[in-house]
Structures are given as C-alpha cells and as structure tokens.
Design a protein around this ligand. Structure first.
Ligand SMILES: Cc1ncc(COP(=O)(O)O)c(C=O)c1O
Length: 370
C-alpha cells in the first residue's frame, strides 16, 4: 500500500511493541511488586529519557494518554468565570474545539476563534489574527504548534511572548511537535505544552506528555489529570503518575521509541522527512496545476493541498473520497472538509519515498479521467 497519513496514525516499530510487551509481562509476573514498587521509578526514568529530547528534566513532564488528554487536563482544571474568553485559531483541531465548547458550557466562558487566513503568505498573519482576537477578557490562548487541517507550523514562541505581556496564559497543542520539529520547551516559554509521542516519534499508541512551565506557578497550581486518583494534590507531576489500574506500558517503553528514532537519524530524519514532504507536495502541485497554499518555511513533514475535483465540502464527502482512494488505489491519505473546501494532507515518514506521491498523483489523475 501507499501509506501517506502518518500524521493521523503512524506505524509503531516492532522493537517498540516488543519493549511494550516486556513491560506488560513484568507487570503480570508479580503485579503487586510492579504496581507498588517498580512502576513509579520506571515512569520517572522514562520521563527523564523523554526530557532529553525536549530540553527539560523529566520531573517537569507528566505522562498523559494523548494530546487530547493533555488539553483536557489543563482546560478542565481552570476556574473560568462567565465573562472569561478562551481564544483558539480557526484551524483548531476538532476534539480540542469540542473540549473548549464543553468547558465554556459549564462555566459560562466564551470560546473565540482567531481568523487565520488560508492560503497564507507569512507567519506574521497568524500573529496579527491572534492579536486581533485577544481582549481584556482573554484568560487563555490554546494554540496549535502544527495545525491539523492546514499543516502550518505556527510562530508559537513569538505569540506566547505577546500573550504573556498581556497576562494571558498559553497552552500549546503540540500533537504533531515531537519528532517533527526541534523542541526546546523552555525557549518556547508557554505555560503548558502537550505533545504526542505516538505520532512522529513512533512510540506505542497512548503515549503523550504534558509539560508545565517550572517558573510560572499558576501553570502547576490546581492542574489535575483527567482521572482523579490517590495522589490528588501531590506536587507536579506525581498526581499524573498514578491514575488507577491500567496498562502503563506505552509510557514505559518510550525510551525504546526514542532510541529507534535516533537510530533512524533523529534530527536528520526530521529534516529528511520535511524535504520529502515538500518534494512530494511540489510534485503533486505540478501534476494538479496548483499554487502553494503556504510558504515552505511554515511547513514540516505534513502538507495540505486542495482536492482537485469539484465536490461538496462536507465531512461525509471527505470520508467517501478517502475510502475510495483506499479501495481503488490502496492509497491512504487524509481528506477533510475545511472552511468550505475539500483538502487532502500528505505525510512523510521514514518508510515513504517520492514514488509514493507519484502514486497518489496517478490515483488523482485517474479519478479525474473517469
Ligand atoms: C493539532 C492536533 N491536536 C490534537 C490532536 C489529537 O491527538 P490525539 O488523538 O493523540 O489526542 C491531533 C491529532 O491529529 C492534532 O492534529
């Protein structure tokens, strides 16, 4: 098959799955010893390894199941007032938008969308759109590091600084960050950053983290995991380490994923994937006679293009097109409706090569000819 959607759900290498299995067996061999005496130190060791990639010590990192959980943990811990506003961009991920709806519904706060243009010419347009959406009522900005529908890398450090000057807290949704772009969390400086390891780092599914800035007291105060358990109110991040009886092996095996990613090139793999995504997009655009929707400087290893046929821009149509590409051509690619149009988004990971994008171009051409 031609698998061009690592951005949604990618492959986990066998060595990581084997490591995960070893952790599961360690639990089953002596569950009491494992859960009571070994799990805590295992998790902290894994967080330490992950911290190496993110430029922070492990004790600043809490494990969560996925970016959605990280976002939920923060937003559902905040004490919002009826007059408060939470700002996100018009490119916000659907599940995050629903979470905003949920917390606003309960508190009477309002969720505001900054209108980021697409196509886009430069990052300054993002900053300007967000600036225009902030007000004296804004409590928090929820900002994607890399947007899902439009695949844009946003200028998060600059926007964070802008918000903090105005006393606004910043929660970065870095679902695509780890393994796609270089990360130095302290330099970004946001109050919180949540990132997935199960996307571009190829960890086992269900492995993500939530980082809270160590120097911003409010970022740790009263922030709780989605599941409340024995360690309620323990200092950060202990409360997140024990959230009931469950399978912790995805978190415990993150070190194996980091080593595998490093073996494939680490930073070089990231750059190689980005180059391939840009080349693949260029190939497709020239086949489909399209203009670029964003400058290369705002792109990583995913790129969004316009769907080349005239179709209704509905979720159902997008789902049908994706299924047809798979059924007729064995090509898997993200297809979705965004802002009144249908788009598709390509990904580039270690197992992809330029011929894969050629394959997609042929499939799209065949569809147009039928
Ligand atoms: C920007 C963004 N945020 C959040 C998520 C949710 O990630 P997860 O399903 O791992 O929670 C995604 C998933 O693709 C995403 O692209």
């Amino acid at each position: 098959m031609t698998f061009l959607n690592h951005g949604s759900f990618g492959a986990t290498p066998r060595c990581v799955l084997r490591s995960q299995e070893r952790w599961r067996l360690a639990l089953e061999r002596q569950p009491l010893r494992f859960m009571n005496d070994e799990l805590g130190s295992g998790l902290r060791a894994a967080a330490g390894e992950l911290g190496g990639l993110l430029g922070v010590p492990g004790e600043q990192l809490a494990f969560v199941e996925n970016a959605t959980s990280g976002i939920n943990a923060v937003l559902r811990s905040l004490h919002l007032e009826p007059d408060d506003e939470i700002v996100a961009t018009s490119h916000v991920y659907g599940a995050v938008d629903r979470t905003l709806d949920f917390v606003c519904r309960r508190s009477g706060a309002r969720s505001v969308h900054a209108n980021v243009p697409f196509p886009i010419q430069e990052p300054a347009q993002v900053t300007a759109a967000i600036q225009a959406a902030l007000s004296a009522k804004t409590r928090v900005l929820v900002l994607d590091h890399i947007t899902s529908p439009t695949a844009l890398i946003l200028p998060i450090a600059e926007i964070t600084a802008l918000c903090q000057q105005q006393g606004i807290q910043v929660l970065i949704d870095g679902a695509h960050g780890p393994g796609m772009v270089n990360l130095d969390l302290l330099k970004i400086g946001s109050d919180w950053y949540t990132g997935n390891c199960h996307k571009w780092l190829c960890s086992a599914k269900g492995c993500a983290f939530l980082w809270a800035h160590p120097d911003l007291a409010a970022s740790r105060q009263d922030i709780h995991p989605v599941v409340i358990s024995h360690q309620l109110d323990e200092p950060w991040p202990a409360e997140f380490d024990a959230i009931g009886t469950r399978d912790y092996s995805a978190w415990l095996s993150v070190g194996e994923a980091l080593r595998f990613h490093q073996k494939l090139g680490g930073a070089e793999l990231r750059q190689r994937n980005r180059r391939l995504a840009l080349e693949g997009a260029e190939l497709l655009r020239s086949e489909l006679h399209q203009e670029a929707l964003a400058p290369d400087s705002m792109l990583g290893s995913i790129v969004t293009l316009r769907w080349p046929e005239e179709v209704d821009a509905t979720v159902e149509v997008a789902a049908r097109l994706r299924r047809e590409l798979w059924a007729e051509h064995r090509v898997e690619v993200a297809v979705f409706a965004f802002d009144g149009q249908i788009y598709f988004r390509i990904s580039a990971q270690a197992y992809n090569e330029l011929a894969d994008y050629q394959q997609l171009a042929v499939a799209l051409r065949n569809r147009r000819g039928r």
